[in-house]
Design a protein around this ligand. Structure first.
Ligand SMILES: [Cu+2]
Length: 118
């Protein structure tokens, strides 16, 4: 009986160790980018976002306006459309350092920003 309990405890500790490993690998850094209207201009905020190269990051693309907006990063093959009032979650990973422009491909006047990969 005692041996059985020890065995179960041992298995549980293995399971729990495995699980904590999975969850740490599973929870990348998360950033929120917001499409908003400021002073009559459409912008993506913040204007600069810094990430580390080779690191997967989650981007929450939030559109707080009453029109749909695009979010593109050409170098990472990202091209999303976020509906009015909607949110889209994407994961990106840049393998080399540099400044990647993000912008709305639906509106030329919509001010984007840059993803700084360091
Ligand atoms: Cu736009």
């Amino acid at each position: 009986m005692i041996r059985k309990i020890v065995a179960v405890g041992f298995m549980l500790s293995i399971l729990m160790a495995g699980e904590s490993q999975i969850s740490s690998a599973d929870s990348p850094k998360e950033f929120t980018l917001v499409a908003m209207v400021e002073g009559g201009a459409k912008i993506w905020s913040p204007a600069t976002l810094t990430i580390s190269k080779g690191e997967s990051v989650k981007l929450m693309l939030k559109n707080t306006t009453d029109a749909e907006h695009g979010f593109s990063i050409d170098e990472l093959n990202v091209k999303e459309v976020i509906p009015a009032g909607g949110t889209k979650e994407i994961t990106v990973k840049a393998d080399s350092a540099g400044a990647l422009r993000y912008y709305c491909h639906l509106h030329k006047a919509h001010v984007g920003g840059q993803l700084l990969v360091q």
